[in-house]
Design a protein around this ligand. Structure first.
Ligand code: PLP
Length: 412
């Protein structure tokens, strides 16, 4: 279409120049187009449980419905007292994080909003934040949008995707303000043992870094694994721990998340004031969502049924792992937690130059949607992320299609 010469083009802000968020990027746009053209796409690209028949616990649904009439007004900007009190209880009693009070809890429209607030309140132009590679890309994107510089530390595939402490040390600079720890990890499915977390705490202590702990999958654990909150390991470092209802309670549409400020708070009064200011500026988070928090945390933990040895998620994880592992040139760690796997495609077998193009070809040819590894700030084009949310039979179908595509790719 011809643009009128008299109209000035409306440009996006240059603040977005370094911001990259591929999970919902061009490949997804193509998938939508294909759906509009009548194709049925198998979507293994995002961690949205609802379309696969996972439902929030009935009691929180009932609770929200029952309280909806009371949810018409704004709440306190940090959130409802009852919800924050339940978070305090969970944090201190179950996660072993000491010295937490209702005032240390801020509720948000999902962890996403809290990631945005916590970085906006902190960063000056050029400040650096250590972010894992691979990461949940909102962290990297938001560091950039807040004027900061993401520095990616490597997680080591050869050691079950644990953070490489030596690499973290190498990447600390005089500008480093904070380190992001995603545990359990999206996209790798890793779960960090205490020693690794202690190593990270030690680095944070030495360099006075804030630890941002994203623990949104802390109950989605397989094989009897247990989760250690990094904030439980020290009181002389500032921790911001984030969690919510999206995954453990399968209620991502409720937009209910929280962050807990703990540890060395005395030196952070000014930053905490900034967080409170941002919480006030958005008035409050979604109140019906807040109303589900107390019942969710105090109620029956139905996630346990899904991750039990014969639970639905466990069986799907086992199936996905077995089916992917038998494909030549594909290797993948069996997820210890979460709902993701991050398989590697041996570059000698699959010489991929551009992994977005690769994922697009898979979509066009087999109608399966994945996300390319570089979308998670992984430096090489040799991984992809897949959710194992479909039922076992459907996983056979979807991974069968991936296998067929890879077989053709090998013969190219
Ligand atoms: N953090 C991680 C590691 C995630 O995987 C997600 C969602 O997938 C989020 C945060 C955001 O979750 P929400 O905004 O729904 O709470």
């Amino acid at each position: 279409e011809a643009t009128l010469p008299s109209l000035r083009p409306i440009l996006k802000s240059s603040k977005l120049d370094d911001v990259c968020y591929d999970i919902r990027g061009p490949v997804l746009a193509r998938a939508k187009q294909m759906e509009e053209d009548g194709h049925k796409i198998i979507k293994l690209n995002i961690g949205n449980l609802a379309p696969f028949g996972f439902e929030p616990p009935e009691e929180i649904v009932v609770d929200v419905i029952r309280n909806l009439r009371e949810a018409g007004g704004y709440s306190d900007s940090k959130g409802l007292f009852s919800a924050r009190k339940a978070v305090v209880h969970y944090t201190t009693q179950q996660k072993g994080i000491a010295g937490v009070d209702v005032e240390d809890v801020i509720l948000g429209n999902g962890v996403s909003e809290l990631i945005v607030m916590s970085l906006q309140a902190l960063l000056e132009q050029g400040d650096e934040v250590l972010v894992p590679a691979p990461d949940y890309p909102l962290w990297t994107a938001e560091v950039s949008l807040s004027g900061g510089k993401p520095r990616h530390y490597l997680c080591d595939e050869a050691s079950d995707w644990l953070p490489d402490l030596a690499d973290i040390r190498k990447k600390v600079s005089p500008h480093t303000k904070a380190i992001v720890v995603i545990n359990p990890n999206n996209p790798t499915g890793a779960l960090y043992p205490r020693e690794i977390l202690e190593g990270i705490v030690q680095i944070a202590r030495e360099h006075q870094l804030i630890v941002f702990a994203d623990e949104i999958y802390d109950k989605m654990l397989y094989d009897g694994n247990t989760h250690t909150s990094i904030a439980a390991l020290a009181d002389d470092v500032l921790f911001i721990t984030m969690n919510g209802l999206s995954k453990n309670y399968r209620a991502c549409g409720y937009r209910a998340g929280w962050m807990v400020i703990s540890g060395e708070k005395r030196h952070a009064a000014d930053y905490i004031e900034g967080l409170n200011m941002l919480a006030s500026m958005r008035l409050c988070s979604n109140v019906p969502g807040q109303m589900a928090i107390q019942t969710a945390l105090g109620g029956y933990q139905s996630i346990q049924d899904l991750v039990a040895p014969q639970g639905r998620l466990t069986r799907q994880r086992d199936t996905a792992h077995a089916l992917l592992s038998r494909i030549p040139g594909v290797s993948v760690m069996k997820a210890k937690a979460t709902l993701y796997m991050f398989p590697r495609l041996d570059p000698k077998v699959y010489p991929i130059a551009d992994d977005q193009e690769f994922i697009l070809q898979l979509l066009e040819e087999e109608k399966v949607l994945l996300v390319q590894g570089t979308g998670f700030n992984w430096p090489q084009p040799d991984h992809f992320r897949m959710v194992f949310l479909p039922h076992v039979d459907d996983l056979h179908e979807s991974i069968g299609r991936i296998e067929r595509f890879l077989e053709r790719y090998r013969r190219r």
